[in-house]
Ligand binder design. Structure first.
Ligand code: HEC
Ligand code: HEC
Length: 209
C-alpha cells in the first residue's frame, strides 16, 4: 500500500513535469545544433546571426535554455503565444527544426545588453528584482530567474542581459493578458505591478550579467 502510494506520487510529479516540458513523443529531446545553424539564417535579420540581436525590438536568443526556446517556438506555432511575425515564422518550422534551432541558439554566447536609466530607477528595479514588493504581493524575480537573471532551465528563462524594451513589452503583455502562455505565473505577478515598477525592473534586468 505504501509503495503504491509512493508510485502514485512519483507518477503525478512526472506527469506534471512532462506536461510543461517537451512533447517527447513528437520530437527528439536534444536538438542538432549544426542542423539548427543551417536554418538560422532565416532568423538572422531580426535576432542576429548568432542570436545576439542588435535592435531592442527583437529579443536576443543566444544562451537562453534550449527547453525555453523550443517551448516558445511551439507556443508561437500553436498560436498560444501571439505575435504576428513569430506566428508566421514558426508556422513553417517542423518539430525537428524547432529543437535544432533551440540547440543552436542556446549554445551561443550571449553578449548582453545595457541598462538605460538613472541610479534611482535602477535601485528601485534592484529592490523589486531581489526582494519583490510585499505590500502589493509581487514575488521576488530572483526566486525563479536567479540572482543574476540566469534562470533555472528549462522552466524559468534567463532574462539577465535581455534588451530592456523587450522585457518591458513582455511584462506589460503579461499584465494585460496579451501573453498567457505562462501557466498563470507571470500574469499573476505582472498584474500587481505599476508601470513605474515595470520600467524600473526592466532596465535593471537589462544591465544584469
Ligand atoms: C521579422 C523579424 C523576425 C524574424 C525573421 C524572426 N523573429 Fe523571432 N521574434 C521576433 C519578435 C518581434 C519577437 C518578440 C515577440 C513578442 O514581443 O512577443 C520574437 C520572439 C522570438 C522568440 C521568443 C524569445 C523569448 O525570449 O521568449 C523566439 C524563441 C524566437 N523569436 C525565435 C525565432 C527563430 C528561431 C526565428 C527563425 C526561424 C525567428 N525567431 C525569426 C521577430 C522575428
Ligand atoms: C514563480 C516563478 C517566477 C517568478 C517569481 C517570476 N517569474 Fe518571470 N517567468 C517565470 C516563468 C515560468 C516564465 C516563462 C513563461 C513561459 O513559459 O512563457 C517567466 C517569464 C518571464 C519573462 C519573459 C521572458 C522572455 O524571454 O520573454 C519576463 C520578462 C519575466 N519572466 C520577468 C519577471 C520579473 C520582472 C519578475 C519579478 C517581478 C519575475 N519574472 C518573477 C517564472 C517566474
Amino acid at each position: 500500500m505504501k509503495n503504491l502510494l509512493g508510485l502514485a506520487v512519483v507518477g503525478v510529479m512526472l506527469a506534471g513535469a512532462n506536461a510543461y516540458a517537451e512533447d517527447a513523443a513528437s520530437a527528439p529531446a536534444v536538438g542538432d545544433a549544426k542542423a539548427g545553424a543551417a536554418k538560422a539564417p532565416m532568423c538572422a535579420g531580426c535576432h542576429g546571426v548568432d542570436g545576439n540581436s542588435v535592435s531592442d525590438a527583437f529579443p536576443s536568443l543566444a544562451g537562453r535554455s534550449a527547453g525555453y526556446l523550443a517551448k516558445q517556438l511551439k507556443d508561437f506555432r500553436a498560436g498560444v503565444r501571439v505575435d504576428p511575425t513569430m506566428n508566421g515564422m514558426a508556422s513553417t518550422l517542423t518539430d525537428a527544426d524547432i529543437v535544432n534551432l533551440a540547440a543552436y541558439f542556446s549554445g551561443n554566447i550571449p553578449k548582453g545588453s545595457a541598462a538605460v536609466a538613472d541610479e534611482e530607477t535602477l535601485e528601485k528595479g534592484r529592490k523589486i528584482y531581489l526582494g519583490g514588493d510585499r505590500k502589493r504581493g509581487v514575488s521576488a524575480c530572483m526566486s525563479c530567474h536567479g540572482p543574476a537573471g540566469h534562470g533555472i532551465p528549462p522552466r524559468f528563462p534567463k532574462i539577465g542581459g535581455q534588451h530592456g524594451a523587450y522585457i518591458q513589452k513582455q511584462l506589460l503583455a503579461f499584465r494585460d493578458d496579451a501573453r498567457t502562455n505562462d501557466s498563470g505565473i507571470m500574469t499573476s505577478i505582472a498584474e500587481r505591478m505599476t508601470l513605474g515598477d515595470v520600467k524600473a525592473v526592466s532596465q535593471y534586468i537589462a544591465g544584469l550579467r
